[in-house]
Ligand binder design. Structure first.
Ligand code: NAD
Length: 260
C-alpha cells in the first residue's frame, strides 16, 4: 500500500532502522537509507534492498551530527524522488557513565544524533510534505522517553526531548494530512544494546549474564526482548489511513516496562 511513496530512515544500516526500511520496502515504498557504513557494504545493502523488494533505494552517508550533511541528504532525496513522504528519525547512539565522568563530547554527540538530527531532517523535509498534503513522521524514542535509568543522562535527556519535539510538530502539521508520532521501544536486541553491556558491567560491577537478566530484562515484565520487526510493524501501521488520527503520540512497545 506504499507504492509510489518514499521513506527516508536515518540510521538504517543496522538494527531497528534496517527493520523499518525492510518493512516499508515490503509495502512498496522507495527508500533512502542512511548510516555509518563502509561504502562497499552500503552499496551491497542498497542494491540488495532494491533487488529483494523491487523498489528504488538511495544511500546517504550523512553524519547526523552535521546539519549541512543532513540538509544535503534531504535535498538529494527530494531530487531523486520528488518528496519524502515518510520520514523516520531513528539514528541513535548510547553511552553509559556516571555524570561526573560523562565525557562532554559524548553528551554533545548524543544530543546531536538522538535529538537535534530530527529537528534538522524535519525542518528540511516538511515544505515538500506539506505541499503534497500527506506525510508521516515517526521518531524512534524509547522507554527512556518516559522513565530514567542511572548512568544514561544524555540518552534519557535526548529521548525525553524527542517526545516533546514529536508533540510540537504534530500540532504544527495537524491540518496538513501529516501525522507525527514516536515509538518508544523497551530493550531490543541490536548492536546498540550489545555494545553497552561491557560499560554497564563496569559501571555496576556485574557479569554479562547479570546485566542481561538483572538490569535489562529486569525492567521488562515480559522478560523478553522486543524485536526490531515488532517495532517496524507499528511504524507500518502508522503509515496506514486507519492511523491518520494518531498524532503527537509517543507509543510504548516495551513489554510492560513503563506500566510498572
Ligand atoms: P544500532 O546501533 O543497531 O543502529 C544505529 C544506527 O544509527 C546505525 O545505522 C548507525 O550507523 C546509525 N548511526 C549512528 N551514528 C550515526 C551518525 N552520526 N550519523 C548517521 N547515522 C548514525 O541501534 P538500534 O538499537 O537499532 O537503535 C536505533 C534507534 O532505536 C536509536 O535511536 C535508539 O536509541 C533506539 N532504541 C533502541 C533500543 C534498543 O533496545 N536497541 C530501545 C529503544 C530505542
Amino acid at each position: 500500500f506504499l507504492k509510489d511513496r518514499t521513506a527516508l530512515v536515518t540510521g538504517s544500516t543496522s538494527g531497528i532502522g534496517l527493520a523499518y526500511a525492510r518493512a516499508l520496502a515490503k509495502e512498496g515504498a522507495h527508500l533512502v537509507i542512511n548510516g555509518i557504513m563502509p561504502p562497499a557494504d552500503a552499496e551491497a545493502l542498497r542494491t540488495g534492498l532494491e533487488k529483494e523488494f523491487g523498489i528504488k533505494a538511495l544511500f546517504s552517508p550523512a553524519d547526523m551530527t552535521k546539519p549541512a550533511e543532513i540538509a544535503a541528504m534531504i535535498a538529494d532525496a527530494e531530487k531523486a524522488f520528488g518528496a519524502i513522504d515518510i520520514l523516520i528519525n531513528n539514528a541513535g547512539i548510547q553511552f553509559v557513565s556516571p555524570i561526573e565522568e560523562f565525557p562532554i563530547e559524548k553528551w554533545d554527540q548524543i544530543i546531536a544524533i538522538n535529538l537535534s538530527s530530527a529537528f534538522h531532517t524535519t525542518r528540511a523535509a516538511l515544505p515538500k510534505m506539506k505541499a503534497k498534503g500527506w506525510g508521516r513522521i515517526i521518531n524512534t524514542a524509547s522507554a527512556h522517553a518516559f522513565v530514567a535509568s542511572p548512568f544514561k543522562s544524555a540518552y534519557v535527556s535526548a529521548k525525553h526531548g524527542i517526545a516533546g519535539f514529536t508533540k510540537t510538530i504534530a500540532l504544527e502539521t495537524a491540518t496538513h494530512g501529516i501525522t507525527v508520532n514516536a515509538i518508544a521501544p523497551g530493550y531490543v536486541w541490536t548492536p546498540l544494546v550489545e555494545k553497552q553491556i561491557p560499560d554497564t558491567m563496569k559501571a555496576r560491577g556485574l557479569t554479562k549474564e547479570q546485566v542481561i537478566n538483572d538490569v535489562l530484562l529486569e525492567a521488562q515484565p515480559t522478560k523478553e526482548f522486543v524485536t526490531s520487526e515488532q517495532v517496524a510493524a507499528l511504524a507500518v501501521f502508522l503509515c496506514t489511513d486507519a492511523a491518520k488520527s494518531i498524532t503527537g503520540a509517543t507509543l510504548p512497545m516495551d513489554g510492560g516496562w513503563t506500566a510498572a
